[in-house]
Design a protein. Structure first.
Length: 345
């Protein structure tokens, strides 16, 4: 009995000593996290929020720089503006330098409009703004203005899950500053297979309202040396991205009316079915044919996609003064000159 009692006393003492010499585990705290900046202007929203409908698969991704590689705790932020939503960042570890944070948005928005989330981490703050559409909404919502490589300013509009330029492109340079040639001679235009632009009818007076006409070689990264004709953070839409727009507006047979500027100030009469409820404000800037001749101003508007349909042709979209269609067309040679609208990345 005495030996047993002595053993228990010795064992207990060893355990106590072991506990006392074990270093305590340090838990991460958000106070340890530092970074130099958030890219607030480049927040990427995935998915669509709808009034009175529970959020599903909605994320907001924000890039950061100058991070110190520390581990952070889960953070949640409730919405203002449109209420009923929460943006949650799950616990994780920052990169050493630059990386991205992904916030998951959950809940049920109580109204349409803009949900705002004031996020903060690592000494930096940012506002994430997410559009919430009405149950039956197909109207556009004005967005912030943007500028191109030459400081031309453009209106923008949110249409469904997308943000579009609400004016035609006017730039003469790619986003990296490289010049795009202006070709006025018809024969040179016809024989050219590299990027080029022109004013309609070679008349600079058409630029202010209608912007410039570009051949497909200027708008496609596969033919322009992987350059971007749109402002940084924007791109020429693919054929599929144009279809997202027209589907949201009810399909090709009715979307055109919702995309055309109202009235006959710019469009020829009767400008059938034009309501411009999307705020796309499509204009009849005409086109330049593959042989260099101009046609269609006042009656037609045509816009490139970045998607080719064959060796010599590419997909585009067209609006017409005589109907409310948004025509999907691949009959335009890559040497055609069409208008360009840019879509946010």
């Amino acid at each position: 009995m005495k030996k047993t009692a002595l053993f228990l006393i010795v064992f207990s003492s060893l355990v106590a000593c072991q506990k006392e010499t074990t270093s305590p585990t340090t838990s991460p705290t958000n106070n340890d996290v530092t970074m130099s900046s958030f890219n607030c202007a480049g927040v990427k929203i995935t998915g669509t929020l709808t009034k009175d409908k529970m959020a599903s698969n909605i994320t907001a991704t924000i890039a950061y720089t100058g991070a110190n590689g520390k581990t952070y705790l889960t953070k949640s932020h409730t919405s203002t503006g449109v209420l009923g939503l929460t943006a949650t960042l799950l616990a994780g570890t920052l990169a050493n330098g630059e990386g991205e944070l992904v916030y998951t948005i959950s809940g049920t928005p109580t109204s349409s409009g803009t949900a705002n989330f004031a996020i903060a981490l690592g000494g930096q703050t940012c506002s994430i703004n997410v559009n919430v559409k009405d149950v039956t909404q197909t109207n556009g919502i004005p967005g912030p203005n943007i500028t191109d490589a030459e400081s031309n300013t453009y209106k923008t509009v949110y249409i469904g899950t997308q943000q579009w330029m609400a004016e035609n492109l006017k730039v003469t340079k790619y986003s990296d500053g490289t010049a795009i040639p202006n070709i006025t001679d018809n024969a040179q235009w016809q024989n050219n297979t590299t990027g080029a632009w022109s004013y309609y009818n070679n008349d600079v007076a058409n630029n202010a309202k209608y912007g410039k006409l570009y051949n497909w070689y200027a708008v496609s990264p596969t033919t322009n040396g992987n350059k971007n004709v749109c402002p940084t953070g924007w791109h020429v839409p693919t054929d599929a991205e144009w279809t997202v727009l027209t589907d949201y507006l009810g399909g090709e047979t009715v979307a055109g009316g919702k995309m055309k500027e109202v009235g006959t100030t710019s469009w020829n009469s009767p400008n059938t079915d034009a309501t411009n409820t999307s705020l796309f404000t499509g204009l009849p800037g005409g086109y330049r044919d593959y042989d260099g001749n101009y046609d269609g101003i006042g009656g037609l508007g045509g816009w490139w996609s970045s998607t080719e349909s064959g060796t010599n042709d590419a997909w585009g979209r067209g609006l017409d003064y005589g109907n409310g269609n948004a025509n999907r067309d691949d009959s335009g040679s890559k040497r055609y000159g069409l208008s360009v609208r840019c879509l946010r990345d």
